[in-house]
Design a protein around this ligand. Structure first.
Ligand SMILES: [Zn+2]
Length: 191
């Protein structure tokens, strides 16, 4: 079923963008995802982005508590359609199980500070290779939850939509760090 994937946090505050040059300079590696919190850093719930199925969930030494969800037939900003794997890192708690079908109204977990993280946030990756949904270029450490792989990521801003209508009432906020550009905030609004 065709769908538009929406933001995983309703009042989403962006702290580091996709493949950000300053991030690479500061940390010494490429950032293959987007780092976010909620605007007021109070509501730490991470929601499903649409109709999907959990393929992996559990602990990874750098990802912390990680969940991987596959979403089918997702409309991107450019009008193309993709099957998408989304990976959620640094969760404080995991609220879903492998094989579980989820919707935009499912709480995947709360974001947290687990794994290689220096403050509570959510790292999300969007990948168009759903054959290997848990393969990521972000880590060299492979376990049963995440595996080290080549880069087939997309920029989340090109695939996720900001659902402005109730009950989600989504919005995007800039943390104002040098790891965020104007383009990282340019999520297309949908009703
Ligand atoms: Zn990150």
């Amino acid at each position: 079923m065709a769908q538009k994937l929406i933001l995983p946090i309703n009042k989403m505050r962006v702290t580091a963008g996709y493949k950000n040059a300053n991030y690479r300079k500061d940390f010494g590696y490429t950032h293959y995802g987007v780092d976010v919190t909620d605007k007021d850093r109070k509501d730490k719930r991470v929601w499903g982005s649409g109709n999907g199925e959990v393929t992996h969930a559990g602990w990874h030494p750098s990802g912390g508590n990680v969940v991987v969800v596959v979403y089918k037939e997702c409309e991107a900003k450019n009008g193309k359609w993709y099957d998408i794997a989304m990976r959620y890192y640094h969760l404080d708690s995991i609220n879903v199980k492998v094989g579980q079908k989820i919707t935009k109204d499912t709480v995947i977990g709360n974001y947290g500070n687990t794994g290689s993280s220096s403050g509570a946030h959510l790292h999300i990756e969007v990948d168009h290779d759903i054959k290997y949904p848990n393969y990521t270029p972000q880590t060299s450490k492979s376990n049963s939850v995440l595996k080290s792989g080549t880069d087939s990521t997309l920029n989340p801003v090109d695939v996720l939509w900001c659902k402005a209508s109730a009950p989600d009432k989504q919005s995007v906020h800039n943390a104002g760090y040098n790891t965020v550009t104007v383009n990282d905030l340019d999520y297309k609004v949908t009703k």
